[in-house]
Design a protein around this ligand. Structure first.
Ligand SMILES: Nc1nc2c(ncn2[C@@H]2O[C@H](COP(=O)(O)OP(=O)(O)OP(=O)(O)O)[C@@H](O)[C@H]2O)c(=O)[nH]1
Ligand SMILES: O=C([O-])CC(=O)C(=O)O
Ligand SMILES: [Mn+2]
Length: 617
């Protein structure tokens, strides 16, 4: 630990830091010195990522009241955290892409001139870490042994962030050694909760600031985050790096950084397939990634639940890796009856729960964990709660943060440094109407059209109203680090690096369509196995599909519904392609495409014309 107590001059500070740093890597020392000079922390702690360090940090966080140690044997070595009630989700309105030209941020991002933003940041970060410890976290997204490992260094004044980053990414000394060995570039990522402490001032359990900035400089590959301690705002390896900055790297280097899960499926015949699926936040990625198949003989294993990097491989196939090391999963709705694999991983402990409710025996609970709620809880805001309190006990965006290697059904391929062959891509959203249970694209370009026009009703994962339909291209709306039209063009182009015969097949799915009575038309969750089976049949050139104006959908008989207790009308409602609904949808898509201006790919425009023609026919 370096003490920076007296804030010496810049040269002196840099010397002190260099003397105490566990590295001689000059760019890293310079980065740390520059941020220390600006933010004036009391101490500097270089994170080694060890168990002992984790124990010490979590002890301190318990002492500070940020974490509550769970004493229930059901949650070994686990903690609960409760955020400030105003700091519970990603803040999209405060997220900025500061490219040189506004045009390069595109209409889906907030843009501020980089020079102006640097000035603003220099202002808010000035002394921002006073009275706090500054942690330096070397991390890698993906595997250290990858052909082209992607490094970052997060500087943060939040020990909660350090503890969570240790679960979500590979961090610490091994990473630092590799950065030195390769003399590698790292993404500089600066985070402050924005709550400097005066000498003697008592800290609060969840320091944060009303003013928030989540800022990306895509040309410099730099991230600055201020004012929030929450998940995707503060764990900068996740959405900020592995999606926004990585999408820009991917554009420049010829690959794709996507908001997708990865699932390995093995058929009763023993053939395995890897499927990735892009669904917007809180629309079922973690659930599908951890599915327990309901059909005899089928096996599912997971490789990841949120982020997928797709790279063209040497044999003309696309290869996928999960750059993360943990789950940051939506807690409500995750239960023994809906997602037993997640529950089993959680039950092994070593987890941090944020904004869940506390049980009287020192465990956590959230809506949907068990069918019957406990008789008494302490809700996420610290109030007494009973089932007739009339309000949720856990925040709807409460999260569990759990190491992925605690998953029983983790695929061995998760550990492949350069990934595995991708066979199919699913795009999906939360739509009450219009979008059928599953539709197969006619070809790659039509599949990109599915992705480009993907839409979903908004959820609690981001601030703002819940339940309105918004377009969410490839489920990447809040995560594309550059112009959305350029991003679609990149999708079109990247296929030229693959063997056309080896391109993944693309499907559009919707688990959330309502039936004529307003209930879910499809049982969803584990029963999605039946849709996956049809998808695999299609990959194998089998499975019955009918041509519809929007693509190929299964006939009701083509889905294996054996042993499933569901009304024939529900299946009909789930699969229906309704011309009237699609005519209205067409208008919505036209409006959406108009927003892209010049940068919308011609081939995607052509798909819209094709849809119009097919609907009119
Ligand atoms: N009706 C229905 N609901 C589902 C299904 N799968 C997931 N859900 C619900 O969708 C919500 C979010 O599911 P998750 O799997 O956590 O979503 P996610 O996409 O991983 O979300 P992020 O981690 O925010 O990106 C939960 O409330 C689930 O209960 C399904 O097949 N049918
Ligand atoms: O980023 C977060 O805070 C959580 C998350 O996975 C999402 O919102 O998509
Ligand atoms: Mn998830």
């Amino acid at each position: 630990m370096t003490t920076v107590a007296t804030a010496p001059g810049a040269d002196k500070l840099a010397q002190n830091i260099a003397a105490d740093a566990p590295t001689t890597h000059q760019p890293l020392i310079d980065f740390v010195a520059q941020i220390a000079q600006l933010t004036r922390p009391e101490n500097i702690h270089w994170v080694d990522g060890s168990e002992a360090e984790y124990t010490k940090l979590t002890d301190e966080l318990v002492e500070a009241g940020t974490l509550t140690r769970l004493t229930s044997p059901d949650f070994p070595n686990s903690f609960a955290a409760f955020s400030d009630p105003a700091d519970v989700a990603r803040v999209e309105s405060r997220t900025f892409i500061c490219s040189e030209r506004e045009r390069d941020a595109g209409f889906t991002n907030n843009w501020v001139d980089p020079t102006e933003m640097r000035q603003t940041l220099n202002g808010v970060f000035d002394g921002a870490m006073s009275g706090r410890t500054m942690y330096v976290i070397p991390f890698v997204m993906g595997h250290l042994e990858a052909d082209d490992p992607k490094f970052g260094v997060e500087i943060t004044d939040s020990a909660y962030v350090v503890a969570s980053m240790r679960i979500m990414a590979r961090i610490g000394t091994d990473v630092l050694r590799k950065i030195e060995e390769l003399d590698a570039f790292f993404v500089p990522a600066v985070h402050s909760v924005g709550a400097p402490l005066e000498p003697g001032e008592q800290d609060v359990p969840w320091p944060c600031n009303e003013e928030k900035y989540i800022v990306h400089f895509p040309s410099e590959r730099e991230i600055w985050s201020y004012g929030s301690g929450y998940g995707g705002n503060a764990l900068l390896g996740k959405k900020c790096y592995a999606l926004r900055i990585a999408s820009v790297m991917a554009r420049d280097e010829g690959w794709l950084a996507e908001h997708m899960l990865i699932l390995k499926l093995t058929s009763p015949q023993g053939k395995s397939y890897h499927v990735s699926a892009a669904f917007p936040s809180a629309c079922g990625k973690t659930n599908l990634a951890l599915i327990d198949p309901t059909l005899q003989g089928w096996k599912a294993e997971t490789l990841g639940d949120d982020i997928t990097w797709i790279r063209p491989g040497a044999d003309g196939e696309f290869r996928v890796v999960n750059p993360e090391a943990g789950y940051f999963g939506v807690a409500p709705g995750t239960g023994w009856h809906t997602n037993a694999n997640a529950m089993r991983a959680i039950a092994k402990g070593n987890s941090i729960f944020t904004n869940c409710a506390l049980t009287d025996d020192g465990g956590v609970w959230w809506e949907g964990m068990t069918e019957e709620p406990p008789a008494h809880l302490t809700d996420w805001q610290g109030n007494d709660w009973t089932p007739d309190s009339g309000r949720p006990a856990a925040h709807p965006n409460a999260r569990f943060c759990t190491p992925i290697d605690q998953t029983d059904m983790l695929a061995d391929e998760y550990f492949e440094p350069n990934g595995v062959k991708l066979d199919a891509i699913l795009f999906g959203g939360r739509r009450k109407t219009t979008v059928p249970l599953v539709t197969e694209a006619r070809d790659w370009n039509h599949g990109i059209f599915f992705g480009a026009t993907l839409s979903s009703e908004t959820t609690a994962a981001a601030e703002g109203a819940v339940g309105t339909v918004r377009r969410d291209p490839m489920a990447m709306l809040p995560f594309i680090g550059y112009d959305a039209g350029d991003y679609l063009n990149h999708w079109v182009k990247v296929s030229s690096q693959a063997d056309p015969a080896k391109l993944p097949k693309i499907f559009l799915v919707n688990w959330f369509r309502r039936n004529r009575d307003g209930g879910f038309a499809w049982p969803g969750f584990a029963e999605n196995t039946r849709v996956l089976k049809w998808i695999v049949e299609r990959l194998e050139g089998e499975g019955v599909a009918v041509e519809t104006p929007i693509g190929m959908t299964p006939t009701p008989d083509a889905l294996d519904l054996s042993g499933l207790d569901v009304a024939a009308e529900d299946i009909e409602d789930a699969l229906k392609v309704d011309r009237e609904e699609w005519t209205a949808e067409l208008a919505g898509i036209e409006e959406w495409f108009a927003r892209f201006g010049e940068s919308l790919p011609e081939s995607i425009k052509a798909e819209l014309e094709e849809l119009r023609r097919r609907l009119a026919a």
